[in-house]
Design a protein around this ligand. Structure first.
Ligand SMILES: [Zn+2]
Length: 83
């Protein structure tokens, strides 16, 4: 039987790739964190920043807008060239 992987397990597996040890207390911290959640020591993120929800929404909105414009343009071209 195939092993069931939950979303939580999948998320954890993906997060583990970015786990580092805090240089101050040795706790597991994610490589994009700027502060240790345990000892509050300052950490240096290695240039990786997770996308904020605001940014994702903005990108999605732009993508949808461009998609809509292209769709309309194609429909208009089809109508024009059919004549
Ligand atoms: Zn720490």
């Amino acid at each position: 039987m195939k092993k069931k992987t939950t979303i939580e397990e999948d998320r954890r597996a993906r997060a583990e790739k970015h786990v580092l040890a805090c240089p101050n207390c040795g706790s597991p911290v994610l490589d994009h964190m700027t502060q240790c959640p345990k000892c509050k020591a300052k950490l240096t993120p290695k240039g990786y920043q997770p996308m904020s929800d605001e940014k994702i929404k903005k990108i999605r909105y732009i993508t949808y807008t461009i998609g809509a414009v292209i769709s309309i343009a194609i429909i208009v071209l089809i109508i024009v060239f059919r004549k």
